[in-house]
Design a binder for this molecule. Structure first.
Ligand SMILES: *[C@@H]1O[C@H](CO)[C@@H](O)[C@H](O)[C@H]1NC(C)=O
Ligand SMILES: *[C@@H]1O[C@H](CO)[C@@H](O)[C@H](O)[C@H]1NC(C)=O
Length: 308
């Protein structure tokens, strides 16, 4: 394309005198922005400039704006506590925080569908190209977002409702899926059950697009990445260093062993219940975890974790 075909050029060249001062450039930029021209915004810009990070947004639904806040910091894993009430799946930490409006669908599934539809437009150009699914993050379209579903009500009755709720994402091809012939097809979202998620039912899923948060302290013999792409454990119980001073050798050895056992199986390691305060202790623990191969920082303060 020759430069003269660029509409921006027309706009600029049509100005009688172009004064190249900061103020005039600023004004032209402002005029262009207020023109709302379809040429201006990068079509898949929702997460433009956001670099995904191995941060887990603990109790994500507590934030004033669930999901989006975490995504704005590049958080690669979000957690939703799910309660089955009648046929509804509600989101909250405890029964007192549940409302009829705040559902798994309204807070997580519909926003994800909306973002992914924008990242995967159906146009003559995408139809002509080899089929592929873009993830949430524009800077890293092959990065899958982990959606951790912490099942709060009875696992056997809640899981079928969750699988049903995931149907729109499944039908669009947005869910990482494992087939019993041994093929794992990664996609934009990897759903991982924790809490009361029933292990035996997840293991029986075929195809499987709902995975299981493995027990990091007890993985051997049963778990593999096609069942548990990640595993987690209570840091306080498993390691227990408070982040002040230097980590004792025996606690460091325990931490390394847990991470290395998981990695030997191809499973990622996450520790929850890490100290949140003092901030220096929280940061010391994060540092030791990352230095020793932990794959996910569990964070209540996602902004702090993203800047860490
Ligand atoms: C496994 O099954 C899936 C779904 O039917 C299919 O897309 C894939 O090609 C199969 N892979 C192999 C190696 O047979
Ligand atoms: C570890 O897992 C095995 C089976 O996978 C189970 O029988 C055992 O009770 C578990 N141990 C602990 C400490 O959770």
């Amino acid at each position: 394309m020759s430069f003269s075909k660029l509409p921006l050029f027309f706009l600029w060249s049509s100005l009688s005198t172009v004064v190249l001062s900061r103020a005039s450039v600023d004004k032209q930029i402002k005029d262009l922005i207020t023109s709302d021209s379809p040429l201006l915004q990068y079509p898949t810009q929702f997460t433009q400039d956001i670099v995904p990070k191995q941060i887990h947004s603990h109790n994500d639904y507590w934030r004033d704006v669930p999901l989006y806040t975490a995504l704005s910091y590049g958080v690669g894993s979000v957690e939703a506590d799910v309660w089955l009430s009648g046929s509804d799946l509600l989101i909250g930490h405890d029964p007192e925080s549940l409302t009829a409006d705040r559902t798994f669908d309204s807070l997580y599934l519909q926003p994800l569908l909306k973002i992914l539809s924008a990242q995967n437009p159906d146009t003559v150009y995408t139809r002509a190209a080899p089929p592929r699914i873009n993830g949430i993050f524009d800077t890293s379209s092959g990065t899958s977002l982990n959606l951790l579903v912490d099942v709060k009500t009875d696992g056997a009755s809640t899981l079928p409702a969750i699988l049903q709720a995931l149907k729109p994402l499944r039908d669009a091809g947005y869910l990482t899926t494992y087939y019993s012939n041994g093929t794992l097809v990664p996609s934009a979202i990897t759903v991982i059950g924790t809490g009361n998620t029933p292990l035996d039912l997840v293991k029986d899923l075929d195809p499987r697009d709902y995975f299981f948060d493995g027990p990091l302290a007890n993985l051997t013999g049963y778990f593999e990445p096609t069942l548990s792409p990640i595993a987690s454990t209570d840091y306080e119980v498993a390691v227990g260093w408070n982040g002040i001073g230097t980590i004792p050798d025996d606690k460091l050895a325990k931490l390394k062993q847990l991470v290395n056992d998981a990695h030997a199986l191809g499973i990622q390691a996450r520790f929850w219940d890490t100290p949140g305060w003092p901030v220096s202790a929280r940061n010391n623990v994060w540092k030791v975890l990352l230095e020793n191969g932990a794959d996910w920082l569990n964070a209540d303060d996602v902004k702090a974790a993203s800047e860490f």
